[in-house]
Design a protein around this ligand. Structure first.
Ligand code: TPP
Ligand code: SF4
Ligand code: MG
Length: 318
């Protein structure tokens, strides 16, 4: 007698991981961005986030295309280049009860999008902002981005003579409340950081080094797989235990050591891990004292004052 196929494993809201997958990736095979999408799928599934309660936001770039490759059941908005922060701000104000996940690139964030990015950080808007950082503009054929390290080279041998912008240092200085750096090739660290990010209330800024195999994976690049394998210095063992999970870890809790970010930079080390967490700072939603119900779902009878109220106001101004 034939046995029935085993039922797929489900998460605590009863969904198999298949329900968190997206379309087939059109990115290059081996692109770090694909590995990040896989970890996002895993983290959202393990955390039992309802796909329909997620807003996926992005700008323009290979990285910004990647929300199409995970969580098809979620809401999605692919904005203009560098404009994801303002579109996200509007969407979150309309419905702050959703989980918001922004995926950007180093070009999308640290060049054209810088003006918007810094204001997102200082508002502590409740969202996860991931920079898939490959040091180049992958989609437009590999020009240096503003996160490319001083002295690193393009495939053609051109040397970068400008210092890099450190998006993590910037995020801490400007007020993001969960800041970290990871590597697309470090599955365990990235998964733990993403799960912790999903649970955080406030702006999470994760800079994830994500090698571009087509334009920036050569000798002389500081964002290549080889460079990261040789120079990645995890500063803490990151793990995240959701409230509904049994606690089971294979290392001592609270393992942390102090590091000088600038010193690591001069030593050519790439520090990864969680750099900063603040769970006390009010979010932008708290500051605005928004009503609990999503503004975008309030009826006109609540959001539009009656004609008599306007007439009363006009009369008071006469
Ligand atoms: C207003 C505007 N300017 C320039 C471009 C061209 N452009 C498209 S993607 C991109 C950079 C993408 O780099 P990044 O954000 O690092 O993403 P990656 O492709 O490396 O993942 C640029 C300059 C554009 N699409 N729109
Ligand atoms: S060009 Fe680079 S960033 Fe774009 S998909 Fe290919 S490997 Fe990824
Ligand atoms: Mg890039």
């Amino acid at each position: 007698m034939a046995t029935a196929p085993a039922a797929p494993k489900v998460n605590h809201i009863g969904l198999p991981i298949l329900e968190y997958r997206g379309g087939k990736s059109t990115l290059c095979a081996g692109c770090g961005h694909n590995a990040i999408s896989e970890r996002i799928i895993q983290a959202m599934w393990e955390m039992g986030v309802e796909p329909e309660r997620v807003m996926k936001m992005s700008g323009i770039g290979c990285s910004s295309k990647s929300p199409a490759y995970f969580m098809t059941r979620s809401h999605s908005f692919n904005s203009v280049h560098g404009r994801m922060p303002s579109v996200s701000t509007g969407a979150i104000l309309a419905n702050h009860t959703m989980t918001t996940l922004g995926v950007s690139g180093d070009g999308d964030t640290a060049s054209i999008g810088m003006g918007q990015f810094v204001h997102l950080l200082r508002r502590n808007l409740p969202m996860i902002y991931i920079i898939e950082d490959n040091g180049v503009y992958g989609l437009t054929k590999g020009q240096f981005s503003a996160t490319a390290d001083l002295g690193s080279t393009l495939k053609t041998g051109v040397v970068n003579d400008l210092p890099a912008i450190d998006t993590c240092a910037l995020a801490i200085q400007l007020g993001a409340t969960f800041v970290g750096r990871s590597f697309s090739g470090d599955k365990r660290q990235l998964l733990s950081m993403l799960k912790a990010a999903i649970a955080h209330k406030g702006t999470v800024m994760l800079d994830v080094i994500s090698p571009c195999v087509t334009f920036n994976d050569h000798e002389g690049s500081t964002k290549s797989y080889k460079f990261m394998q040789d120079n990645d210095e995890p500063i803490n063992e990151v793990d995240f235990v959701a409230s509904f999970d049994e606690i089971e870890v294979d290392y001592e809790s609270g393992e942390v050591y102090e590091v000088e970010m600038m010193e690591a930079h001069t030593n050519n080390e790439v520090l990864t891990g969680v750099f900063y967490i603040n769970t006390q700072k009010p979010t932008f939603i708290d500051l605005l004292n928004l009503v609990d119900e999503p503004i975008g779902q309030l009826p006109d009878s609540v959001t539009r004052p009656p004609k008599s109220a306007l007439e009363g106001l006009m009369a008071s101004l006469q």
